[in-house]
Design a protein around this ligand. Sequence first.
Ligand SMILES: Nc1ncnc2c1ncn2[C@@H]1O[C@H](COP(=O)(O)OP(=O)(O)O)[C@@H](O)[C@H]1O
Ligand SMILES: [Mg+2]
Length: 425
Amino acid sequence: MQYSHESWLDFLARCDQAFRPFAPIDLPDFFKGRREDVELLRSELRTPGRQVAIFGERGVGKTSLALLAYFFAGFQDEATHLVRCQKDSTYDSIFGQLLVAAGEGFLPDVLERNSGREGALAVGPVSASAGKRMRSVQRAVPASGRIGPALLLRQFGQREGLLIIDEYDRIQDTTTHTRLAETLKHFSDDASKTKIIVCGVAETLTDLVGEHQSLTRSLAQIKLDRMKNEELDEIVSTGEHRASVTFQHTVRRKIIALSDGFPFYTHLLCKYSAEEAGKVLQTDPGAKVVVAEPEYDKALQRAIRIGEATLRDAYQGAVITVKRKTEMYKHVLWAVSYAQSQEVQVQEIAENVAMLTGTKPRIESLSSYLGRLVSPAKQGILVRVRQGYYRFANPLMRSYIRMILEQHNIELEGQLQFPWMRGID
Ligand SMILES: Nc1ncnc2c1ncn2[C@@H]1O[C@H](COP(=O)(O)OP(=O)(O)O)[C@@H](O)[C@H]1O
Ligand SMILES: [Mg+2]
């Protein structure tokens, strides 16, 4: 019995390594696909005078790519430093933390004062190899001068390294934008050997760093799209190999289809279903671990319940009604997630509601539900893109609700046909 327990724990440990929905990839072997982006990143980092911006939707893999940039471009892991921005981060706090992470022992007075406050340095600088967190905050060295391009170039210009500024989209301070733009330009003009990588959720470069005309020459743009199904499939295969688990063909295809291009969902569903299937090891340590429909169903339930709290809470908050009981909010959201395009027209939403519930809503009535779902009272779960078109505010929401639909369909014993599941058998 002791032995079976060990075999089960060992399996869980391997699953944790193979499927990691809640952490970026930090080992090259587990970074899949993205060959063109990697090649572009490599060549830009090897080109003197170029810094890099990595942007795209939430959850597509920006941090993972940035964390492995050192590996792809042949820099030293030890010379890679990452700072994760907070809402109240400023130019000084960002570069102050990077200087500390690089062992420069520099912390301007403002930061020194703030660092005692809860959270001010909570997500401090971490080196690319996780675990090497900053140990002690060193005292300010006012003699080193004001943080700015000149000081930074003095510290970093002559040695190879990477400074990663992650979640830069959170920055609200416009002075920080201006000063960062100025610094990027100086690093480029001086052909600094240490390169800066700015990462964040954004549609365009301007969304991320603000409007600065001079930047196009010094800042390379890497826009990460969602991953292709073939790439998500590689994640499953690598995980199967690492964890010694096999996904039945149909289940594997369903997981990929539901992922909607987000590696987060592939990792999440693979992890939960593999852990479910691995339970066989508790009684039979030598068993072959196979994920089939029952494990997949369990994984869906678990992903809906605990997968990602922000999505669950936004969904629950939007569908629950207090005064008048109605399922309409829920059905409207289902109808939006059922559509093939991300921006869905009211007419199509009405048809999808009809298809899912058997009753077609009147357009005026539907519009008033949509109006509510756009409002803060309903978590702003939908966004009105233009007259008559809606999409989810959080792009990850569509898969979340598709998992709920999939679950609903399991209860209906598969009566519904989902367009995203077409051709998976
Ligand atoms: N190329 C990749 N191969 C395998 N898994 C990936 C890849 N890129 C991202 N992931 C996984 O996807 C999820 C989101 O990645 P992350 O880098 O945190 O995205 P972002 O920074 O864009 O929000 C994480 O679970 C991460 O492990
Ligand atoms: Mg990230």
